[in-house]
Design a protein around this ligand. Structure first.
Ligand code: ZN
Length: 264
């Protein structure tokens, strides 16, 4: 079983297309696990939703959850604590969505479970605060693992790829449990998942990376059997200039367009 784990597409259909193409180059993609923020910031929100719906029609199972920007775009969340640029982009996104995309986003839940053995919980921020919390530090990853009912957790929202592992023997004192280890997560390197270990995986952002690498990020998950599961961070080039031109043509805030060049 092969799944593309994608997050924070943010209306960047050019990046999404290249990510799907890269994943398909490994063979068929059985599932897409989408970790939220499909829309917001980028110039093609409806196209991004359509790509997910069409993938489902083409036989790829799509499991998607809502991010804060998806909720904002459908009126399910106030944008009062968004910064001015994000607020303007959110309003523009709401106006752009067609009826089908609006309904699709509105129906997304805040958590889903995925995997052959239902072994992954998918949530945008963190299981205890799905829309807003950032899972950044080992303490946050531990909180994820203590909150969920599955072995592993997939999060997004930070726009920066990360991987945490808590080994089977991990314990520690009641008030000072052993923290998960933050593993190196190097693009193109296949990471085997150790049996019995628990993982927190963040695939980074497809449409607006913030880790200093402007290329689209996602994770390829492969399950060869119960004893061999692997994760691979991928970085994919796309036509950033074209996306920036589309954003400027739509009058979206320039700061949102220019940051794509730097991945910040
Ligand atoms: Zn986001």
């Amino acid at each position: 079983m092969r799944a593309a784990i994608i997050s924070d597409i943010h209306g960047n259909a050019h990046a999404l297309e290249q990510v799907i193409a890269d994943a398909m180059s490994f063979g068929s993609i059985n599932e897409i696990w989408c970790v939220g923020d499909i829309v917001g910031y980028g110039p093609d929100p409806t196209a991004c939703v359509s790509e997910l719906i069409d993938s489902a029609y083409l036989g790829t199972r799509v499991i998607a959850i809502a991010g804060n920007h998806d909720r904002a775009a459908t009126g399910g969340l106030s944008t009062s604590n968004f910064n001015p640029a994000a607020k303007r982009a959110a309003q523009w996104t709401t106006d752009q969505l067609d009826g089908r995309a609006h309904t699709y986003l509105e129906r997304l839940r805040e958590t889903e479970v995925a995997g052959v053995d239902d072994d992954f919980t998918i949530v945008h921020g963190s299981p205890s605060n799905p829309l807003w919390a950032y899972t950044t530090h080992p303490e946050d990853a531990l909180d994820c693992l203590f909150t969920i009912a599955t072995p592993h957790c997939i999060v997004g929202h930070t726009h920066s790829p990360s991987l945490f592992e808590r080994e089977p023997g991990a314990g520690g004192k009641k008030f000072k449990p052993d923290l998960p280890l933050m593993l190196p997560f190097v693009a193109g390197e296949v990471v085997p998942m150790n049996r019995g270990s628990r993982y927190v995986v963040n695939p980074g952002s497809v449409g607006q990376p913030r880790d200093g690498d402007p290329r689209a990020a996602y994770v390829l998950y492969e399950r060869h059997g119960p004893d061999l599961q692997t994760l691979q961070l991928r970085r994919v080039r796309y036509d950033i200039g074209e996306v920036q031109a589309r954003m400027r043509a739509h009058g979206l805030p320039d700061v949102l367009a220019s940051r794509l060049s730097f991945g910040r």
